[in-house]
Design a protein around this ligand. Structure first.
Ligand code: ATP
Ligand code: MG
Length: 371
């Protein structure tokens, strides 16, 4: 648990009208390029979290020949009530309707807590290639789920930074007038950092364990080093540094240091991992980051996240794909994997877990259960 037990899709992307009852373990979604595999994963993400991992624009999700899409589903969350019925629809006139157990809700954000979802796709390479924003968001997913005070603390912190920034931009504030804002910001930043730091220690430990199971022909002989950066450097306290950066921040018009600038550095031999690793090695690092996240989550909450893994086999050789298979099977999560060739996955997964496999063939927006 949690699990998606049923989904009904209508006019979502190229999926016209489909219904499926997934396995509570491994689900393989197979088909040719452009058949609708990623769209199926995307529909699960939209149903469970009210947003797409491909676009912020709901209208892109509506089938070109339709006037709106509808998604219905049932999730098992493991807390009362055991099952929740979800529904989400959006039409071309912009009307969005989200229902949980038949009652309208204004945001699906609350579901994120009850239905933890980890999505890995081509965009996940941003964890190595992209700015600190991607790594921060990725890591904070875990902190949010395992530290209950994090959400409130982070919200207050963001509000405080926004307020301080508008004061900085007004240009009229003296350093004494900014003092109360600095003080509040510091208090929150210290709390956020201590929560992140505690989770990071566990995360790093799991990452090292998971990554050590991969093997490569050459190159990486040691595990990439992870380090956590709080968002400000040096010996001085954050409060002292805010004071020191005041003139610079005034010129910039924003707060240039703090928890909103934190990072999770991923390095190999003291250089950014992306500059040294092959594509397959990079993918192994990324998969390990996701596995580490799921393992810490499971260790601390006793629950399992649901995985949406788009095009998992690409870039990974058979040995390393088998490592992924072993780790995912150990986790006992519900998993949805898209692939062009199903045999690549089934060859690499432990025999014992294939009993619970369900395979879905996607063709021109239609889905058949393979027997
Ligand atoms: N709003 C829409 N209405 C209809 N079709 C759409 C819409 N948005 C995207 N499509 C099309 O849906 C099809 C399925 O896309 P999807 O990304 O799900 O394919 P896929 O099976 O994941 O392919 P690949 O193996 O190339 O990743 C594509 O042909 C795409 O152009
Ligand atoms: Mg795809």
């Amino acid at each position: 648990m949690p699990q998606l037990t049923q989904i009904k899709i209508s006019a979502f992307r190229n999926l016209r009208s489909v219904e499926l009852q997934p396995s509570n373990a491994l689900n393989l979604i197979v088909g040719e390029n452009g058949s609708g595999k990623t769209s199926l994963l995307e529909s699960i993400g939209v149903l469970a979290h009210g947003r797409s991992f491909r676009t912020h624009k709901f209208r892109r999700l509506i089938n070109h020949a339709a006037t709106g899409f509808t998604l219905f589903g049932t999730i098992r969350v493991g807390i009362d009530p055991l099952e929740k019925r979800l529904g989400i629809s959006r039409n071309t006139r912009g009307q969005l309707n989200i229902r949980v157990d038949g009652s309208p809700v204004y945001s699906a954000a609350e579901l994120a807590t009850e239905f933890p979802l980890l999505v890995m796709n081509a965009n996940s390479f941003q964890l190595l290639e992209g700015s600190s924003k991607y790594r921060r968001q990725f890591f904070d997913w875990l902190v949010f789920h395992v530290k209950h005070e994090f959400k409130t603390c982070w919200k207050s912190y963001v509000r405080c930074v926004k307020h301080r920034n508008s004061l900085l931009r007004s240009g009229k504030m003296s350093s004494t007038e900014l003092m109360p804002w600095n003080r509040e910001l510091c208090q929150l930043a210290v709390e956020i950092t201590s929560m992140r730091q505690a989770v990071f220690t566990l995360f790093q430990e799991e990452f090292e364990q998971v990554f050590s199971d991969y093997s490569f022909d050459a190159g990486v002989t040691s595990t990439p080093a992870l380090s956590f950066e709080s968002g400000w450097k040096g010996e001085q306290t954050y409060e002292q540094q805010l004071e020191e950066h005041l003139e610079r921040d005034k010129k910039l018009g924003y707060t240039s240091i703090g928890s909103h600038k934190a990072d999770l550095k991923i390095q190999c031999e003291k250089v950014p991992a992306v500059e040294l690793l092959s594509r397959g090695q990079q993918k192994s690092v990324i998969v390990s980051l996701f596995m580490a996240e799921a393992r810490v989550f499971s260790r601390l909450t006793g629950r399992k996240p649901v995985f949406l893994l788009d095009d998992l086999p690409s870039e990974l050789d058979t040995n390393n794909l088998s490592v992924v298979g072993q780790h995912l099977s150990q986790l006992e999560s519900q998993v949805f994997i898209t692939a062009i060739d199903p045999d690549v996955i089934t060859r690499c997964w432990p025999e014992s877990t294939l009993a619970d496999l369900k395979m879905f063939h996607v063709e021109h927006g239609d889905i058949q259960v393979a027997t």
